[in-house]
Design a protein around this ligand. Structure first.
Ligand code: FE2
Length: 315
């Protein structure tokens, strides 16, 4: 928190910083609003469609490492501008369909850049333009099922329903730090398989067979406790529950331990619940947080576009 306050002072209070903080050709002042939750911060005063100077990007990165989720409201971006914003923090990553080398939904506009994932229930000519529909999405880390999962997701809300479709976030540093000692001892040094079979919406990707034995499923092995490359802090890394398996354990023992881990990690005390408005851009750290989505009334349209930053192999 001290570091965050320091950054707030740097950005708001230090005249030299203000002089240096040029944004879209104009001097810019960031307004940092802590969200009353164990993660999340709202940043005001930035137009993400414009280039951001290097000092401000560095300050945003520091705040992000501390609070895990950045919320920017009232933004109006094209895909290219969203990609340009993303690239200021590092190289972009492809969306999950590209990572898994599987086809997109039938109605995806063909001119959509490959780094853009469309999350939507909208149909064009009876074909879905995006993923996930209007259902609930269970707690997960994006693309945990690849060897090098993305470091970040930047989700832009373009059309949102009047209610529902909220996104919940969990602070996985805190989930680890607040873990009962016996549970922590039980997972220390252990790893889990991260199975790509099921989407966060609970649908089985048809190219993956149904298996009764999770120990035989596909997917990379990642440590249950990972060290964040940017912050140096340790976080609990669960990925997603469906198909998960703690390697080296009998399946029943793995299931019991995972159930206990998930019950612990998904407590409200570690969470922030975000109600979307059109124009919101939310950037979450995929290495130390998980997220889920509420269902919503399918009579309303919801349209989101997401970019991602490439990450490091979890260690
Ligand atoms: Fe997700």
């Amino acid at each position: 928190m001290d570091r965050l306050r320091r950054n707030a002072r740097r950005i708001n209070g230090d005249p030299k910083m203000n002089t240096d903080t040029m944004h879209g050709g104009k001097q810019s002042t960031l307004d940092i609003r802590l969200i009353n939750a164990p993660l999340g911060v709202e940043i005001r005063g930035l137009d993400l469609s414009q280039p951001i100077d290097r000092d401000t990007v560095a300050a945003l990165r520091d705040i992000w490492h501390e609070r895990l989720i950045l919320l920017f409201r009232g933004q109006s971006l094209s895909d290219e501008q969203q990609l340009a914003f993303t690239r200021q923090f590092g190289p972009t990553e492809l969306g999950p369909n590209n990572l898994l080398k599987r086809p997109h939904v039938a109605g995806r506009p063909p001119d959509t850049p490959p780094e853009i994932a469309i999350i939507s229930n909208i149909q064009a000519d009876g074909k879905p333009i995006g993923e996930l529909g209007d259902g609930e999405a269970a707690w997960h880390t994006d693309s945990n099922f690849v060897e090098v999962p993305p470091a970040a997701s930047i989700l832009r809300g373009i059309e949102v329903p009047p209610s529902g479709g909220d996104t919940g976030f969990l602070n996985m540093y805190l989930a680890l730090e607040a873990m009962p000692a016996d549970l922590r001892a039980a997972i220390e040094g252990k790893s889990a398989k991260h199975d790509p079979t099921f989407s966060s919406g609970g649908e089985r990707r048809p190219e993956y067979a149904h298996l009764n034995d999770v120990s035989q499923g596909p997917g990379p092995i990642h440590p249950l406790i990972r060290t964040h490359a940017g912050s140096g802090r340790k976080a609990l890394f669960l990925g997603r529950r469906a198909g998960s398996y703690i390697t080296g354990l009998p399946v029943a023992e793995s299931e019991a331990l995972l159930d206990r881990l998930w019950e612990h990690a998904t407590q409200q005390v570690f969470s922030w619940h975000h109600q979307w408005r059109a124009g919101d851009v939310v950037m979450w750290d995929n290495r130390c947080s998980m997220h889920r989505r509420d269902s919503f009334d399918g009579r309303y349209r919801r349209l989101m576009r997401r970019t991602q930053l490439s990450g490091d192999r979890p260690v």
